[in-house]
Design a protein around this ligand. Structure first.
Ligand SMILES: *Cc1c(COP(=O)(O)O)cnc(C)c1O
Length: 790
């Protein structure tokens, strides 16, 4: 299949046509571009074949406002099985493939876990030959780039297409128009191939870009009113200009609503027009042909939009249309945080989407009528009203308009059923399902940890585990084999060295690779409790200052996290942690004992170094707050025990890998529920040894917050709260002592290297459940009802 001469020739043709250069003359980024386009060239027939093949059966469509894809080149070469051949061919021409791979910018069209989940699902669907297409937005700027200035987070626009976007194909001919009140914009699809791992199937990610219907207004331009002449163009392009950098927090902005409606309307029009080509005007079988998954509430406006199309354009009666809608959609809930549940003011909503608003009102009216007819009282209806206090509750609309609602880990689904969505569960018990999240073992092991992958392949005898991760369970027997465990430790040491080199290059900080690499990487949020970790590090530091003889193994604490630009407390926590790093790293007495590194701009590509290089995975969210987590799974698969709370998928990780191979601490959901509003963090502040000392660094001048008052604000949130929230609402003070104790156990057990390696090994062997292949197969079988093609 791979022909060296043809491959190089193709690169040369592309470079000559586009840059008027030879391979020799081209810059690295131009070579990267040409290489990527060569791969597109190579796979085009197969891509087309897959599309046509899928067209014959029922298909699923994954609607998501975010796809956090990361880099494509290295992954695609691996999945195609041509990485070694390409590397060798390029080396003969004195070109280093590694350099080309690393020049690629991350496609960071997502915030964190939710967007990365969508990306893992794309990889799994293609690998499993499942007819699944992703639909989303082609943001001109993805998640911001983060820098630190004096320890403060500074954001910069993410110009990810700087060197072009060779991985997508613009399909002008499949453009559609999207109408808002008083504005019409063109939606142009860009298709990216999703290359499955060593399969013929190539799936599609279709992202929409917003453009104006006319480039500029000619008469205005002639009158030299240049700004006015391009005003419409700019207003249109604004829609797909930037990703909202919020994670688990709603942003009630007009533009955000426009973004949502824009991609959803374009996607549905696309599906409807293709259906028409296939079946004509008879839409009764639409749901037999389409399953649409709504990734959180961001695409939920699809429910009234499909109603609009069926009612207004296809002249279907309401009841018939509604049946089709409910049979088509399913909805994934990603959070229990109240502030993250999306609501739209009816004023704004009806102004931008008047017809859609009318339809929502009618859905609301009919739903209330139905509840009343079922015997609900007015009070009984109240907590389920789709329109309430002048707002549209998007999660409620999603539940009413979908046939299935799912949570993303067992504990999360139980919390939804018993607490957050209990009224809904009572009404629609048959709608609720659990689908525990997963990660793709291709990117998160085979690609980022080739050394460990080779060892696994060697021990199992073949590479089948890469597409059937449950098979690695067979390696459990080697947990008693010191030779294998030693080889694991050598690999871990090598990955730590690679990570240290990368950190030195990026951050200019030298790490001791003999120290414990204790890593917490995830979005900055109070519920994720980076602050608990910060307090613990400071406590260790003070203990060492007081008692320099205290024996502890050297530890490197590594953090990575972006804070939403408007999230004041989160930004304060970043500054605080950078101050802690400065204090500890600058203290000669502590040299060789503790080090703290907060890496800049944590993203998918950085993660590909961090997960394999970790000795310990920090998953310390307040119990009940992390819906699932997927970072926890990436660490597990790369052989790092979890230090965590009973929260999200941690519960299942421990179920699979054993309590004895992980470290659990902290209050449980039940305990916190009982404690509730009786919680008094001041008691802990006063009585837990050392806690006051570390917390007072927020107010006693130990650290400088540049006069912003941020540290004082954090202190206040922990001890006093505010009128709208209780003090220390995430129970940091309550869990501090337990965390410190369990950490002491980590330090003791880490020193018995073989015992530790065994724990790591047991985590790897039992990570099979957390492959996104398993997750996607469950969606396919139990929600979408689609079948593998081939
Ligand atoms: C996996 C991943 C996440 C999710 O991490 P959690 O710890 O589950 O919140 C966020 N960002 C990136 C870049 C990731 O790869």
């Amino acid at each position: 299949m791979f022909n060296k001469e043809e491959f190089i020739k193709s690169m040369e043709i592309i470079l000559r046509a586009e840059k008027a250069k030879t391979l020799d003359e081209a810059e690295e980024q131009e070579r990267w571009n040409a290489l990527s386009k060569t791969i597109i060239h190579m796979i085009t027939p197969r891509w087309k074949e897959t599309t046509e093949n899928y067209h014959r059966s029922k298909q699923a469509y994954y609607f998501s406002a975010e796809f956090l894809m990361g880099r494509a080149l290295s992954n695609n070469l691996m999945n195609l099985g041509i990485d070694d051949k390409v590397r060798k061919s390029l080396r003969e021409l004195n070109i280093d493939l590694n350099k080309l791979e690393r020049i690629e910018e991350d496609a960071g069209l997502g915030n964190g876990g939710l967007g990365r989940l969508a990306a893992c699902f794309m990889d799994s669907s293609a690998t499993l030959n499942l007819p699944v297409t992703g639909y989303g937005i082609r943001y001109r700027y993805g998640i911001f780039k983060q820098r630190f200035e004096e320890g403060f987070q500074v954001e910069e626009g993410d110009n990810w297409m700087r060197y072009g976007d060779p991985w997508s194909i613009r399909r002008e001919e499949e453009s559609v128009m999207v109408s808002f009140h008083g504005q019409q914009v063109k939606a142009i699809p860009y298709d990216t191939p999703i290359i499955g791992y060593q399969t013929k199937s190539i799936n599609t990610l279709r992202l929409w870009q917003a453009e104006a219907t006319e480039e500029f207004n000619y008469p205005l331009f002639n009158q030299q009113q240049y700004d006015e002449a391009v005003r419409k163009k700019n207003r249109a392009e604004d829609i797909s200009k930037v990703l909202y950098p919020n994670d688990s927090n709603t942003e009630g902005k007009k533009l955000r609503l426009k973004q949502q409606y824009f991609f959803v309307s374009a996607s549905l029009q696309d599906l409807v027009s293709k259906y028409r080509e296939k079946f004509g005007e008879n839409f009764e079988h639409f749901s037999r042909d389409h399953a649409i998954q709504l990734n959180d509430t961001h695409p939920v406006v699809a429910i009234p939009e499909l109603m609009r199309i069926l009612l207004d354009e296809l002249h279907m009666p309401w009841k018939k249309a509604w049946k089709i809608v409910v049979e088509t959609f399913s909805y994934t809930n990603h959070t229990t945080l109240a502030e993250a549940l999306e609501k739209w003011d009816i004023g704004l909503f009806s102004q931008i989407l008047p017809r859609i608003y009318e339809i929502v009102v009618e859905i609301h009216r009919r739903f209330e009528e139905e509840l009343i007819s079922l015997g609900y009282s007015q009070e009984g209806v109240q907590p389920m009203r789709i329109i309430c206090h002048g707002q549209i509750h998007m999660a409620w609309l999603a539940i009413v308009g979908s046939h299935t609602v799912n949570g993303v880990a067992q504990i999360h689904t139980e919390i939804l059923k018993n607490r957050e969505l209990r009224h809904w569960y009572k009404l629609y018990p048959q709608k609720f399902q659990n689908k525990t999240n997963g990660i793709t073992p291709r990117r998160w092991l085979a690609l980022c940890n080739r050394e460990l992958a080779s060892l696994i392949t060697e021990l199992l005898g073949d590479e089948g585990w890469i597409v059937d991760l449950k098979r690695i369970k067979k390696l459990e027997k080697y947990a008693q084999d010191p030779r294998v465990l030693k080889r694991f430790l050598e690999i871990k040491q090598w990955k730590k060295k690679q990570l240290a080199e990368y950190i030195e290059k990026r951050e200019g900080i030298v790490l001791d690779t003999q120290s414990i690499f204790d890593i917490q990487i995830k979005r900055l949020h109070e519920y994720k409790r980076q602050l608990l970790k910060a307090f613990h590090i400071l406590d260790l530091y003070f203990q060492l200052k007081e008692n320099p003889e205290k024996e502890i193994p050297p530890i490197t604490f590594i953090f990575g996290a972006k804070a939403a630009p408007g999230y004041y407390i989160a930004k304060g926590i970043i500054k605080y942690m950078n101050e802690i790093a400065k204090l500890i790293n600058g203290d000669e007495e502590i040299e060789g004992k503790l080090k703290v590194v907060f890496v800049e701009n944590y993203n998918v590509s950085y993660g590909e170094y961090l997960f394999p290089g970790a000795d310990l995975s920090e998953q310390i969210s307040t119990a009940g707050k992390e819906a699932s987590g997927t970072g926890n799974m990436k660490f597990m698969l790369n052989g790092a025990p979890t230090l965590g709370t009973y929260d999200g998928a941690n519960v299942e990780i421990i179920q699979e890998a054993g309590k004895e191979n992980n470290y659990i601490f902290g209050a449980t959901v039940e305990e916190l529920e009982i404690l509730g509003h009786h919680y008094n963090p001041k008691e802990y502040y006063k009585t837990v040894p050392g806690l006051k000392r570390v917390m007072d660094t927020l107010i006693d001048g130990t650290f400088d917050d540049g006069g912003t008052g941020m540290f004082q604000e954090i202190y206040k949130s922990l001890l006093e709260g505010a009128h709208w929230q209780i003090a220390d609402q995430y129970f940091i003070l309550k869990d501090f002592e337990d965390y410190r104790q369990v950490y002491q156990r980590v330090l003791e057990e880490y020193q018995d290297r073989i015992l530790w390696a065994k724990k790591c090994w047991m985590n790897i062997c039992n990570a099979g459940k957390f492959s996104s292949d398993r997750t996607v197969q469950e969606y396919a079988k139990e929600i979408w009802h689609i079948k593998k093609q081939n």
